[in-house]
Design a protein around this ligand. Sequence first.
Ligand code: NDP
Length: 445
Amino acid sequence: MDETLESTLWNIQQRNLGEPEFIQSVKEVLASVGPLLAKYPKFAEQKIIERICEPERQLIFRVPWQDDRGEVHINRGFRVQFNSALGPFKGGLRFHSSVNLSIVKFLGFEQIFKNALTGMPIGGGKGGSDFDPKGRSDDEVMRFCQSFMTELSRHLGEYTDVPAGDIGVGKREIGFLFGQYKRISNRYESSVLTGKGLGYGGALVRTEATGYGLGYFVQQMLAARGESLDGKTTLVSGAGNVAIHAIEKVTQLGGKVVACSDSKGVVYDEAGIDLPTLKRIKEVERLPIESYCQSRKQARYQAGGKLWEIECDVALPCATQNELTGKDADALLRGGCKVVAEGANMPTAPEGIERFINAGIAYAPGKAANAGGVATSALEMQQNASRDAWSFEHTEGKLAHIMKDIHDRCLRTADEFGAPGNYVQGANIEAFTRVAGAMQSLGLI
Ligand code: NDP
């Protein structure tokens, strides 16, 4: 990073003290855009970086609710409306005990660039709460969602801000949130939330989209190297929405996923992860992944577990931020891994990214590889706006096309800026150019 960018980063750090995840995500983008600023000095003159790194609006609010025993709880709600140069703020809501302003800001910041890469008219934002739905009854989750939406609803709208799901926010939560929005606004405004149930405006493929899109992206990464997923041993971290559908798509495309994980441990199944068993445990019974071994006798479970030490060709981190450290990257490289693509947001720590890039393996950041989820959310908005419902095949075809397009543009831009094969440079420069261009056109906003 050159001196001017170092000094810009320092100023951003001083303005956002105590926000390590946010600063980490800013640093990653700034480390890529030097060649772009050299080519277009106007971006620096117009302080585009300083403006992009400052959210348009940040909301923090109280969320009071009562549990089934009548006890009152107070959680904290967040919505960071980061950048709307390309369209309404768009990005998910995360419900997890670890959620804080730094995490929401890093997610919102990443979302600006991810959404730009999709080529669709959506800005970037993110939100959530330190509420953890795990272990809560459906009624408790409903009461929490209603209280959360009572405040958030004032700040949403199909042309203003359109949330979706993320960790801890699936169909159940989106249903409760949409119900409360509808009740307060007195409007059936379908495209104010995406990831809705199919019975009330949801779109086919949205549930599968992030994981499926990741599978298509990996297919393109391998094709660019003259290879395919056929027979490739694959590791997937996590066992949630993204992980499950990544496992499904990789398997359909010929790969063999031998291990996955949750926050408690790792499951290894030499015969390949059995999807119906995994779905039943995680989606229906909501049990820890250890239970997988009760149905699959040859499978092994390791509490805690060192997923990335298993030998593989392809690694797909799909759980959470900074889950893959420098040491994990070393283990993957030792084990022969040739492709890493991120289903989660910022799952690889900076030292890990450096190891992958220096080793010359194919490494794709989440903002490119997991963009299929938000792209399909934009397709859901299109269907809602036109009162239409597309078939699964049609929508999945569009998703596959979008992922190939993102992949190819990242590689082309990396080439153009002298970093062939570097998906990080390609994604950051490509996305930054699009957002910065729109900001220039809209004047000083
Ligand atoms: P889910 O809540 O459905 O699943 C998260 C999974 O990750 C769970 O299996 C969870 O385990 C596991 N996990 C969480 N924290 C840890 C940890 N510290 N160590 C190991 N495992 C952990 O979330 P999603 O699948 O929706 O999201 C996963 C990632 O993908 C997140 O980074 C999210 O931001 C990103 N993403 C999601 C999109 C979407 O469409 N849903 C779109 C783009 C990105 P447990 O069940 O034990 O908690």
